[in-house]
Design a binder for this molecule. Structure first.
Ligand code: ZN
Length: 246
């Protein structure tokens, strides 16, 4: 049993700490409630008129240095083919969701995806085609507005690994830039896109090359979409940052 005196002591300490946090430097000269006129009292209890009075509640301004440290763009310069379908109408929603198509991931995921690219290049002469990477929350909302069905789109409140900057949709292309046969196109919703579907040996081989190479560098796939992988060694919050369009 804990001695009730200790509980009382702890409670008193918490009360003191709590009170201290309430007192701001300007409060040190404050008058007691008895001396405050009713009109003044009303003023102090009313909610502030503007958000500026709560600077801590305003989203911090994302400066360029911060973005450079937080996001790495994957592009042709690292050997990738970038074909962000949501920046076109060539996607399952038939609507243009992104203002422009770029592929950004957090540094840990980017570094490892570059290793996947180099590995595929070295072993098979293959490279990666990127369909989708980081998806800002506003774009996730647009996707949801276009197709508000949780079977196809993650609700924005829940958030997708894409919105955490750690998921990527991709396939493999050969040295001529031709996509390997993965059994279905990207964003095909049906059993044929499931990893367990009994496709031809050629399809199984191609999927295995993709999956095993991604896993080698810390990415994990999902059962129902052969093209979707997320980097699981780190975690980031859902993000609002939107890449600039040229
Ligand atoms: Zn995905």
């Amino acid at each position: 049993m804990i001695n009730p005196r200790y509980i009382l002591l702890l409670f008193s300490l918490l009360l003191i700490v709590g009170c201290k946090n309430d007192i701001k430097p300007a409060d040190t000269n404050r008058v007691t409630d008895k001396t405050i006129q009713p009109s003044e009292q009303k003023e102090t209890t009313e909610p502030p008129a503007t958000e500026e009075e709560f600077p801590e509640a305003v989203e911090p301004i994302k400066i360029a240095d911060d973005i450079a440290a937080k996001w790495v763009e994957l592009s042709e310069k690292d050997g990738f083919t970038v074909d962000v379908r949501y920046a076109t109408t060539h996607n399952f929603t038939k609507k243009k969701i992104y203002d422009c198509g770029k592929c950004y991931l957090h540094p840990e995921a980017s570094e490892n995806l570059i290793k996947v690219q180099q590995d595929l290049q070295k072993r098979f002469g293959y490279s990666i085609k990127l369909f989708d990477c980081y998806r800002p929350r506003a774009y996730q909302q647009r996707l949801w507005d276009a197709v508000p069905d949780p079977d196809y789109v993650t609700p924005p409140q829940k958030g997708s690994m894409h919105s955490r900057g750690l998921a990527v949709d991709l396939t493999i292309v050969d040295k001529d830039g031709k996509e390997l046969d993965m059994g279905t196109p990207y964003d095909f919703f049906g059993e044929e896109a499931h990893y367990s579907y009994n496709h031809s040996d050629a399809v199984k081989r191609n999927r295995w090359i993709l999956k095993s190479t991604m896993e080698k560098y810390g990415f994990k796939g999902i059962r129902t979409e052969w093209w979707h992988f997320s980097y699981r060694s780190v975690s980031y919050p859902l993000d609002e940052w939107i890449w600039p369009c040229d």
